[in-house]
Design a protein around this ligand. Structure first.
Ligand code: KG4
Ligand code: ZN
Length: 345
């Protein structure tokens, strides 16, 4: 058991949290969405500047909400990879400085390992091994979780990440940024069987299809063709298009995830990342899992998207195992989750 203060600044949310024994004592998230939505996506320089302005007040607020002072914090953590370099640098510099000033250990955390740990915060009885479907703005991967820091990659996307596909299709339908939550909302009023769309199967050189890899480029092109065909005919049936798209993404991800869990004999599936908030994916995966007697864990909506509590939870587990990072550890824009242990000395 340890009390960890963690900082998350890998993209467009500034967040500071304190977690103790997988309990959230505070988890403050300052979203920059309103600022970036004017530009239709995240502007890296603007993100860094915003992190810089908000980080110090958030640290003070996280301590005060948890009703704790520095002597009670045992280690300080920050997301070091993957993410926008300038954005990561703000959080990591703040965390390292505090670690030096208060003489505490520093832990660098892999952002995707944090998304996996969001489910541990929600269910303290969850234990590896399990299969994790990690679907965010930058990643769509299937990972076998063996233990803290021990991961095997079983599937990935060959082009866009699931969240990226949601954001691009929302732009095509002129719905604004970030696309995922907006499509999810509009899809509630649409007919998901209105348009038949391709699921995106990956052919293998030896014939057949890759069972666990995804591709969203064919689906995106199909949406573009539909919009080009329907636009001259009058007002776009946006709700039906959104519902059909969401249904296709959900079905494609759910099928691959279930097949992977069954093939690897994993009875538990954990979903993480921003797209884990998607109601279509939640429904389809839950239904398919029930049919195959598999258990699925979805974090609560607030813990699906980026937050520092999940980073603190991952750091706590590493800290309990004696893993700490060097203060010279740098930020990295890319780092496979299979290389998490390179972050610790
Ligand atoms: O995990 P996250 O907060 O940040 C990254 O690490 O990328 O994920 C952000 C992504 C965005 O692409 C956003 O559109 C998507 O998650 N997202 C959703 C939903 N909420 C967020 N996608 C589909 N349905 C949602 N309800
Ligand atoms: Zn994320």
């Amino acid at each position: 058991m340890a009390t960890i203060l963690a900082v998350e600044t890998s993209c467009d949310e500034t967040s500071v949290a304190i977690v103790k024994n997988r309990n959230i004592l505070s988890n403050i998230v300052a979203s920059q969405i309103d600022i970036h939505s004017q530009y239709g996506g995240v502007v890296p320089e603007v993100a860094s500047r915003q992190h810089l302005e908000t980080i110090n007040p958030l640290i003070t607020q996280a301590l005060s909400e948890a009703n704790l002072a520095w002597p009670e914090i045992e280690a300080i953590a920050a997301t070091v990879a993957p993410g926008l370099l300038g954005a990561l640098l703000v959080g990591v510099t703040a965390a390292k400085t505090l670690a030096m000033v208060h003489n505490k250990p520093f832990l660098g955390v892999h952002h995707l390992e944090g998304h996996i740990y969001a489910s541990y915060l929600n269910d303290p009885t969850l234990e590896p091994p399990f299969l994790c479907l990690l679907v965010s703005g930058g990643h769509t991967i299937l990972i076998k979780v063996e233990d803290c820091g021990k991961y095997e990659m079983l599937g990935t996307t060959l082009d866009d990440a699931a969240g990226e596909a949601f954001d691009k299709v929302a732009r095509l339908l002129k719905l604004g940024y970030p696309g995922g939550p907006i499509i999810d909302k509009i899809a509630q009023n649409g007919d998901s069987s209105a348009f038949k769309l391709p699921e995106g199967r990956i052919s293998l050189p030896e014939g057949g299809f890759h069972p666990y890899n995804s591709s969203f480029s064919g689906l995106k092109t199909a949406m573009l063709r539909l919009v080009q065909k329907l636009e001259p005919e009058g007002e776009l049936p946006v709700a039906d298009l959104a519902a059909s798209f969401q249904e296709t993404v959900g079905r494609s991800l759910a099928k691959k995830t279930i097949k992977c869990a069954l093939d690897y004999g994993l009875k538990t599936i954990v979903v993480g990342g921003g797209v884990a908030a998607n109601s279509g994916l939640r429904k389809q995966l839950s239904q398919m899992a029930e049919k195959h007697k598999l258990t699925v864990h979805f974090p609560p909506l607030k813990l699906c998207t980026d937050n520092a509590a999940m980073i603190a939870a991952a750091a706590e587990d590493h800290f309990n195992r004696g893993h700490v990072s060097l203060l010279s550890l740098g930020v990295q824009s890319r780092l496979p989750i299979t290389q998490v242990m390179t972050l610790y000395k």
